[in-house]
Structures are given as structure tokens and as C-alpha cells.
Write a protein that binds this ligand. Structure first.
Ligand code: D5M
Ligand code: FE
Ligand code: ZN
Length: 510
């Protein structure tokens, strides 16, 4: 039994004796049951109790998924009751039938599917080896995309005999800097070695090279000096193919939104109510669009959260995180029930900050009714045959800071960079904290039809090589902090996509 206790402890859970006994006396495959419990348990739970296990064993419950952000220490604890004060909300708290399966086996409507996200699949512990594996996975996934267009050699093969020869390489950018003389110098690494790549300041590549960021993977053709340096002749980003995969024409409209920040003093409740009245058909709608809305996708920051930045208490109208989610649930529960909603978290939500983030835990999912699909960040979902990549967009902060020409007013430009780099969050060690999962979930392994981000509170819409890139703005008016930072949000503006044509309209509820 000790190994079972240990399996749970490794994932940060304690287990009560009654629950342990249930596993011990289970007649099926015990190992499988443990795996099932670990992938379905609400990550905010500290102690696994017998009730949690019977919920998992009973086949009628909606599937619950969560990941590895519990902080409990290891051990068997006293039976129920003795652990008062611990968070034991979880599967018990769910209202069976209110939530729809996220397993993809029983989509609520044939048009909807969740294809992948981190929820229940987290593998990371955060040790050094995890980081090595994580970056190897990033490298190999993006290399595969690039090597379709580039016949490359390993960096270790650039010996003296290669002096003066033109070579093609694919490397991860370990460093990018500008020298005192104004040349750009890259350190490129592949699994075999490292090379210094130089882009001279008078080269026609120099301007393009300002888009290079640390930790991205790109291709170069260059002339080798046979001594650990190459002079770059072309730069090749993995990019999107020029023609996107064709799209089956869907029907209806999808509203993309994000950053409600419910609980903040700045949440624009009146504007939200106007939006709900519109979508529910309670007001006149000359556009005729409201009744055609089939989906709402929310890209994070549903609530303002607590302790997200110093002094946040002063900006909060609701100071309890669960009360914030109850209020947020009221905002969404009042929307007509035939609209399907996809909810992905952001940096203000009650999940781990490190990306990828798992879906909201059951302890708050239980407040929501209707067709809610709780997914991770990022998440790939299919709506009406269109693949939608939802990502909160925290990396936009890093891209704006690092890449000339990027700005908070035009978030779509940073999103186009994500598409060109085939990575949602390329820079490691900036604002975004990245969990070293075994796989890099932020690689854009195939072109989506829609890339949907939020976070920066400004609406931006672009079409890039067949991909519609949309930043969906906010429902929070300008905060004091944003005023100081000169960030001008565009609140209560809602992008809405025609699923038949991928045309986008912007509606204003301010
Ligand atoms: O982020 C909302 C917007 O505010 C987004 O554009 C980033 C910006 N922001 C938030 N926190 C900071 C800090 N600490 N420095 C600079 N800019 C910031 P949200 O995720 O809603 O808080
Ligand atoms: Fe936000
Ligand atoms: Zn945010």
C-alpha cells in the first residue's frame, strides 16, 4: 500500500485510510484506478477522501479534470472530519448533469470538440532534467516544421573542412545581442553543438533580425568560417504555410471575449448586462446577429483574483475569490442556455500561474450552469469544423518589451509573431513563467483557423496567411495602474466571427 500512498504524495495529495482501503479492495486494475483518480481529481483538493473515489467509480458523473498544483505534504491522514479547515470541495461539490463531458466522447453538439489542453495531463516536477526535455521537445517539434523547407546539417559538423562553405542549420536562439559595432550576434544551439551566427549591420537581413527573440527556434543559411562562427545569408522562420487548410463552412457566429475581471471595481457590469440583453434577444437587434450566436469563447481573466499584484485589495469590489467566481458565474449563467461557452483561464484566475495552465478547478466550476466547457490555457478546440487556438496571451507582454514595432495598442502584431515563430510563448525567463512539461504545449503544431488571445485589454484583429488572429479586449475600464503605464484599454468591444466565412465584426457595448 505504501507505493499507492507514495504515488499520491508525489503529486501532492494525502489520502485518508478509508479511501486507501477502497483502492486496496478494488477488484479491477488498481494501477489504472490510481491513474484515473490522479487525472480526474480537483487539484485544489489536499486530501483524497473515499467520496472522491466513489464519484470517480460511478460512471454517470461529468468528467472532471485537473493537474498538479496542490501543495500538500505526503502521508495518510485521519478519516473525514478530522481534517477540518482543509479544502475538501471537489467532486462532491459538482452538480451532476450541469456540466458537459470534456472527454470529447460526448460533445454537446456535433460542432464542438476539445482537442488538446494540459488539464489532467501535467507531467512536470520542475527539475533540471524536465527543462532539458522540455526545450528538446520544443526544438524537435519546430525543427520538423522547418526541415520541410531546409536541408540542414548538425552544428557539430561545422569543422575546419567546412570553411567558406554555405550551410543550413536549425538552432534554438540561446542569446541574441547587438555588439558595440552594431552587428547582431546570435548563439544558436542544436542537440549536437553551438555556433555563433553573425548578421552584419549593413546586411539587408539586419532589420528582419530585430524580430529574433531568445529561445525561439529558427533556420539559417550561412557561410561557415570553419571555426565556430557563421555569417548569415538568410533567416527562415517556421511560419504558417501560405495556404491554410480549407475550412468546412460552419454555421452561426462565435463571440470571442476575455478579461472580464469580475470582482474588480473596474468591471463594467452595466456594459456586460447590455451585452447579455443583446445576446438573449431582450433588446432590438437591427444586425440580426444575436440570435445566430452559437458559441462564446473566453480567453482568460474571468475574475480579478486576489494577490495578483501589490496593492490589489484597493481595486477589488469583491475580496473573496470564491465570491468573485460566484459573481462571474451569475454573469455567464444569465446567457441563453443554447449558447455553448468555452472558458480558458488567465493569470488572474485561480489556477497555477505557470503556463500551460489547467482548467478551472471543480471548486469553482460548480457555480456555473449551462453548456460550459472548462479548458486549459492554451487549448485547441474545434467549433463548427474550425480549429480555434485559445491562449490568454501573457507572452504579449514579453514580445512588446522585446521586439521593436510591437505595442499594446496593436496586440495582433505580437500574435502574428507567435504564428511566424510557431510558438505562443517563445521567450523563457520573462514575464511568462513556463512549466517544463515533457511536451511543449505552446508550439503551434498546425495552423489554426483562429488564434484567440486576450490579456492586454485592447481589441486587435488581423488576418495572417489564412489565420484569423483576434485579441478580444476586456470588460474592465482603465485601472489606475494602466493609467500610470499609459495602457489604453478598449473595453466592452466584442469581436464576433461568422463561422461560415471567418469574417469578423466588432460590436460595441460601452
Ligand atoms: O493585464 C492587463 C494589462 O496590463 C496588460 O496589457 C498587461 C498590463 N500589465 C499588467 N500588469 C503589469 C505590470 N506589472 N507591468 C506592466 N504591465 C502590466 P492583466 O493580466 O489583466 O493584469
Ligand atoms: Fe486581464
Ligand atoms: Zn491577463
Amino acid at each position: 500500500m505504501l507505493e499507492i500512498v507514495q504515488r499520491f504524495a508525489e503529486k501532492g495529495y494525502q489520502i485518508e485510510p478509508e479511501a486507501l482501503e477502497m483502492i486496496r479492495s478494488y477488484s479491477g486494475a488498481r494501477e489504472e484506478l490510481v491513474g484515473q483518480i490522479l487525472s480526474n481529481i480537483d487539484g485544489s483538493i489536499v486530501v483524497i477522501r473515499a467520496g472522491h473515489i466513489s464519484d470517480i467509480l460511478s460512471p454517470c458523473e461529468g468528467l472532471v479534470r485537473h493537474a498538479c498544483n496542490s501543495e500538500a505534504s505526503y502521508g495518510v491522514v485521519a478519516p473525514s472530519g478530522a481534517g477540518e479547515g482543509l479544502d475538501v470541495a471537489g467532486l462532491h461539490g459538482s452538480k451532476a448533469g450541469d456540466f458537459h463531458s470534456l472527454s470529447g466522447k460526448e460533445p454537446c453538439r456535433p460542432g464542438f470538440e476539445v482537442n488538446s489542453d494540459i488539464t489532467g495531463n501535467s507531467t512536470c516536477v520542475g527539475e533540471y532534467e524536465d527543462f532539458v526535455r522540455y526545450f528538446r521537445d520544443r526544438y524537435s517539434k519546430i525543427r520538423e516544421i522547418l526541415s520541410r523547407r531546409l536541408n540542414v546539417r548538425p552544428i557539430e559538423s561545422l569543422g575546419k573542412s567546412m570553411a567558406g562553405r554555405e550551410v543550413s542549420l536549425i538552432g534554438m536562439v540561446m542569446d541574441v545581442r547587438t555588439t558595440a559595432k552594431g552587428h547582431r550576434v546570435l548563439e544558436l544551439e542544436d542537440p549536437t553543438g553551438m555556433v555563433v551566427a553573425i548578421i552584419q549591420k549593413d546586411s539587408e537581413l539586419f532589420e528582419q533580425s530585430s524580430y529574433i527573440v531568445p529561445d525561439e527556434v529558427l533556420g539559417v543559411t550561412a557561410v561557415s568560417d570553419g571555426n565556430g562562427r557563421v555569417f548569415v545569408k538568410t533567416l527562415l522562420w517556421p511560419d504558417m504555410p501560405n495556404q491554410c487548410k480549407s475550412l468546412e463552412a460552419g454555421t452561426g457566429f462565435t463571440v470571442l471575449t476575455s478579461d472580464l475581471h469580475v470582482g474588480s471595481k473596474y468591471f463594467m457590469e452595466d456594459a456586460w448586462e447590455r451585452f447579455v440583453a443583446w445576446i438573449n434577444g431582450d433588446v432590438e437587434d437591427p444586425s440580426g446577429l444575436a440570435s445566430q450566436v452559437k458559441y462564446i469563447v473566453i480567453a482568460g481573466d474571468l475574475v480579478d483574483g486576489i494577490g495578483i499584484y501589490p496593492g490589489q485589495e484597493g481595486d477589488l469590489a469583491i475580496k473573496d475569490i470564491y465570491e468573485q467566481y460566484e459573481a462571474a458565474a451569475q454573469c455567464l449563467n444569465s446567457i441563453r442556455k443554447d449558447v455553448e461557452m468555452v472558458l480558458s483561464p488567465g493569470n488572474h484566475d485561480i489556477v497555477r500561474q505557470a503556463e500551460p495552465q489547467p482548467a478551472l478547478p471543480m471548486s469553482v466550476q460548480k457555480f456555473f450552469s449551462g453548456s460550459m466547457h472548462f479548458v486549459g490555457d492554451p487549448a485547441w478546440v474545434t467549433l463548427e469544423g474550425a480549429s480555434v487556438l485559445v491562449y490568454h496571451g501573457r507572452s504579449i507582454d514579453d514580445l512588446v518589451m522585446r521586439v521593436p514595432g510591437m505595442s499594446y495598442n496593436e496586440p495582433e502584431k505580437a500574435m502574428v509573431e507567435m504564428l511566424r515563430k510557431r510558438h505562443l510563448s517563445p521567450i523563457y525567463g520573462g514575464r511568462v513563467s513556463i512549466a517544463p512539461e515533457h511536451q511543449d504545449h505552446c508550439v503551434i503544431h498546425e495552423p489554426p483557423n483562429i488564434l484567440h488571445c486576450g490579456h492586454v485589454h485592447t481589441v486587435g484583429i488581423a488576418r495572417y496567411k489564412g489565420v484569423v488572429a483576434i485579441n478580444s479586449g476586456t470588460w474592465q475600464s482603465q485601472t489606475e495602474f494602466q493609467k500610470k503605464m499609459n495602457i489604453q484599454p478598449t473595453p466592452a468591444a466584442v469581436p464576433i466571427v461568422d463561422m461560415a466565412t471567418m469574417k469578423v465584426k466588432k460590436l460595441l457595448f460601452a
